[in-house]
Design a protein around this ligand. Structure first.
Ligand code: NCD
Length: 304
């Protein structure tokens, strides 16, 4: 891949995406062949927001390639507490490591951080902006379960603040995909994202009711209402719990409809879905390791 930093999925062509997914599939098929490939490579983890999957799967991925990580730890215990700027932090860390993974609550932070460093910087979520590495594992999961061609996908939940949604929607414009967005009026896709999709000639429809589209979907992607991004807690409470699927909801769907979720879920997907063939979200989370191994293999250290 020709990119130094991975900031948004807008910078990825179909060929770039396929390169990552194909490499991930190779790794999945024979992880041992990659075990020492990046011995000595060090990855810096800078997480200014909570994370379980993204951080741990990056760490697992780097270690499974033979490398190691250094972790800034919590904001509470770092110099950020003393008022250090993000620009200074990344400039210092780049002297220690071969690549940086950054998650930050401010939209645009990954783009800004990338301007200060020469080592590859991977955006692991910038506020309500983008989350491109999540999208690559989402695409990998979609490809395995439904295929990426001639895809009809429903994306439901918090489309306004959900960065995984923004990144996925952009990436899908590289494929022959019909995208159906289901949300309450107040959590519709941001105007900027809708505009970009329109410019790309994407097939997009918006709904407030899942029932309208559920039977025609090849994939349903559910997201969490992003409580931490609501300016007003009352507004959150009014909406939370409204967009929820359970086993009964899914009786109107194709029997083999994969239901995905970037996780963590709160109560958007009832536990009774876990025992059905629809549940694809744990497999999706596990795909974070081979896909992030592929990304690190291609972008960080001496790749072949
Ligand atoms: C997502 C995120 O952080 O944007 N989580 C993740 O990385 N798997 C989704 C979310 O927090 O709802």
């Amino acid at each position: 891949m020709r990119h130094d930093h991975l900031v948004t999925t807008k910078q990825l062509s179909r060929a770039d995406i396929e390169t990552v997914l194909d490499r991930a599939a190779e790794i999945d098929a024979d992880p041992a062949a990659f075990a020492d490939r990046h011995a000595g490579t060090l990855l810096g983890l800078l997480f200014f927001e909570p994370s379980t999957r993204t951080k741990m799967s990056f760490e697992t991925a780097m270690k499974r390639l033979g490398g190691d990580v250094v972790d800034m730890g919590s904001v509470e215990s770092s110099s950020i507490k003393k008022g250090e700027s993000l620009a200074d932090t990344v400039r210092v860390i780049e002297g220690y490591v071969d690549g940086i993974v950054l998650r930050h609550p401010r939209q645009g932070s990954a783009k800004m951080g990338g301007e200060y460093v020469d080592v590859p910087l991977l955006n692991a979520g910038d506020g309500a902006g983008h989350h491109p590495t999540q999208t690559l594992l989402d695409l990998y999961t979609i490809r395995e379960n439904a295929g990426l061609d001639d895809l009809t996908i429903g994306v439901m939940g918090d489309l306004k603040y959900g960065r995984t949604v923004h990144s996925l929607a952009h990436a899908l414009t590289n494929f022959d995909a019909s995208q159906h967005f289901v949300s309450p009026e107040s959590l519709k896709l941001p105007r900027g994202v809708r505009y970009d999709l329109h410019e790309e000639g994407a097939s997009v429809r918006e709904h407030t009711d899942l029932e309208e589209v559920l039977p025609e979907l090849d994939v349903l992607y559910v997201t969490r209402i992003q409580r931490e991004r609501f300016p007003d807690e009352n507004e959150y409470r009014e909406i939370a719990g409204e967009y929820r699927v359970d086993a009964e909801t899914l009786s109107a769907a194709e029997d083999d409809l994969p239901v995905m979720h970037p996780l963590p879920r709160v109560d958007e997907i009832a536990a009774d879905v876990d025992d059905t063939d629809h549940a694809t979200y744990f497999e999706q989370a596990h795909n974070g390791v081979p896909v992030r191994m592929a990304l690190l293999d291609l972008l960080v250290g001496d790749s072949e």
